[in-house]
Write a protein that binds this ligand. Structure first.
Ligand code: ADP
Ligand code: ZN
Length: 216
């Protein structure tokens, strides 16, 4: 099952991607995470990537496409995968279509106010990458990860200015993908306002409808 989770930054694609990944036993592939790992290594490539990410700009297509090609060729992606944060441009979508068949695109739909609130309140674990929200998904103990005890922090690209830029970039470069995949007949809208459990249920329904319709 090859899926894409599509939607604005910070809307919960990562959180729900993890849930679905566990349920179906297929990996969640996040280009943002892969690139943050590269940045951590402090390589030349990493430093280059960091400047784009911190300012809320897209990392150049070529670079990201190479990363994703390598990743989905790995063995654990044979039975399928959930792409989170890729594609982000029509060019990325086209190149992806050349190397694999996308069967389902889950489109996360929410109002702009909701999006801004979610992204600015988000906390990430330094150690395991788990995601929290100051209001919606608070950790049991402030500043500490429930899973691993790691320190929670505010990602640099979640500062207000970078967030605004990321929203602009989303509107201009990524939103056209909604029509792109709708035309291909693989897009399903999911309303993602409301609690995590509720949203999770809606996503599961969409996936279940899809697997039943293709008879697996
Ligand atoms: P979020 O989870 O908040 O939506 P990501 O972790 O997916 O954010 O991405 C963070 C940053 O990494 C982006 O703002 C962008 O700079 C870079 N990035 C991630 N995926 C892509 C992509 N497919 N194309 C270009 N840049 C990307
Ligand atoms: Zn953790």
């Amino acid at each position: 099952m090859n899926m894409i989770f599509l939607g604005p930054p910070g809307i919960g694609k990562g959180t729900h991607g993890e849930i679905v990944s566990r349920k179906y036993g297929i990996p969640r592939v996040s280009t943002g995470e892969i690139m943050r790992e590269e940045v951590k290594k402090g390589t030349d490539l990493g430093n280059d990537i960091k400047s784009y990410m911190d300012s809320g700009e897209l990392v150049p297509d070529e670079l990201v496409i190479n990363i994703i090609k390598k990743r989905i060729n790995q063995k654990d992606c044979k039975r399928g995968f959930i792409l989170d944060g890729f594609p982000r441009t029509v060019r990325q979508a086209k190149e992806l279509g050349d190397i694999t068949k996308i069967e389902l695109v889950v489109n996360f739909v929410a109002s702009e106010d909701e999006i801004i609130e979610r992204i600015t309140g988000r906390l990430t674990c330094r150690k395991c990458g788990a995601i929290y929200h100051v209001k919606n998904i608070p950790p049991k103990k402030e500043g500490v990860c429930d899973n691993c005890g790691g320190e929670l922090y505010h990602r640099e690209d979640q500062e207000e200015k970078a967030v605004e830029r990321r929203m602009e970039v989303y509107e201009k470069s990524t939103k056209p993908l909604i029509e792109y995949y709708r035309k291909e007949g693989v897009l399903k809208d999911v309303d993602v306002e409301g609690g995590k459990e509720e949203v999770s249920k809606r996503i599961n329904e969409v996936i279940k409808d899809f697997t039943e319709s293709r008879g697996t």
